[in-house]
Design a protein around this ligand. Structure first.
Ligand code: PEP
Ligand code: MN
Length: 345
């Protein structure tokens, strides 16, 4: 931590700051410049209240050198987190990127979901996605099949061997969703639902945390920190676009730069969702490729057996045929990228 004193700070004020820091276990180094005095303090920031220092007489500014997230930070461990599922599928680190595909919502007709799941398996994907609890902007829109949807997902898993990713919106539903899901998804709208994050910290299954539409990368990592702090180290981050000034062509602005940034500052896996990130099916392939080249550990894509009649997000869902074509090319790209290079690590 760096404490910058006011140009006219008195010796007594400087000493008081020093005493405060020392009494809280900090080692300090005083630097007297011609105009400013700067105190560099090394210690555990959790032991003090940053605001208490800022408000001491004579203090101009307090800057924290270390990132506020500790468990999610790259320095927290000497290797990237690789999550291994019971069937051997791995995500993170230098592992081959994974593909998570499926409809936005799990719908009444199970056969539709099964068709998508079979195609996903055929194309070498590892995860089936689908919402049984749907966060919808309007209360008049389809809200999800809830447990019936979870049962459909479990049936499709049995039929194909794919792992299931599905959203949980409320703490009370965690036991139910955990019973069926392999990965519990936290939606963008819930990224800062701290009670939910805390409860998922006690969950034994991995959590996929989506970036909030207006969240900074720091807030995103701190949301992951909540889950980890409460006991669950297996967090997968998902960049899914943020709000910006221009939504005339895309639903959100997909922040591809978040991928190498997160790989630099965190050891957690980071995947990208170009479906929600753009809102347009023609953009899934180019943005998915961009994400993979940027170092994403996987992609999440919406695929529907009949997008024109989908209960949600039809416009950004690929048909099964389109999905196969796109995935053929994505797989080629995945085969060509040298994931062993250290560029992103
Ligand atoms: C979803 O994945 O179905 C979803 C609702 O996404 P997001 O939370 O990113 O909007
Ligand atoms: Mn959706």
């Amino acid at each position: 931590m760096i404490v910058v004193m006011e140009p006219r700070a008195t010796e007594a004020q400087i000493s008081k700051v020093e005493e405060y820091l020392i009494s809280h276990g900090f080692k300090i180094n005083l630097n007297r410049g011609e105009v400013l005095t700067v105190i560099a303090a090394i210690g555990d920031k959790r032991l003090i209240n940053g605001h208490a220092i800022s408000s001491l007489e004579g203090v101009h500014d307090v800057k924290f050198v270390q990132e506020p997230y500790k468990l999610a930070a790259k320095q927290a461990q000497d290797h990237d987190t690789v999550i291994t599922f019971p069937n051997g599928v791995k995500i993170g680190g230098l592992e081959k990127p994974v593909l998570m595909v499926g409809p936005c919502s799990v719908e009444q007709e199970y056969e539709g979901l099964l068709k998508v799941a079979i195609a996903a398996k055929e194309m070498g994907c590892d995860f089936l996605r689908g919402g049984a609890f749907k966060p919808r902007t309007s209360p008049y829109d389809f809200q999800g099949l809830e447990e019936k949807g979870l049962q459909y997902l479990a049936r499709a898993r049995e039929a194909t061997g794919l792992l299931v990713v599905t959203e949980v919106m409320d703490t009370v539903d965690i036991p139910l969703v955990e019973k069926y899901a392999d990965v519990l998804q936290v939606g963008a709208r819930n990224m800062q639902n701290f009670k939910l994050l805390k409860a998922l910290g006690q969950c034994k299954k991995p959590v996929m945390l989506k970036r909030g539409g207006a969240a900074s990368i720091r807030e995103f990592l701190l949301a992951a920190e909540h889950i980890m702090y409460h006991g669950n180290p297996n967090v997968i981050l998902c960049e899914r676009g943020i709000k910006s000034f221009d939504d005339s062509f895309t639903r959100n602005t997909l922040d591809i730069s978040a991928v190498p940034v997160i790989r630099k500052y965190s050891h957690l896996p980071i995947i990208v969702d170009p479906s929600h990130g753009t809102g347009k099916r023609y953009l899934i392939e180019p943005m998915g490729k961009a994400a993979l080249i940027a170092g994403a550990h996987g992609l999440m894509m919406e695929v529907h057996h009949d997008p024109d009649h989908a209960s949600s997000d039809g416009a950004q869902s690929l048909t099964i045929e389109q999905f196969k074509e796109v995935t053929r090319r994505l797989n080629k790209l995945i085969g060509r990228i040298d994931y062993d290079n250290k560029m992103n690590s």
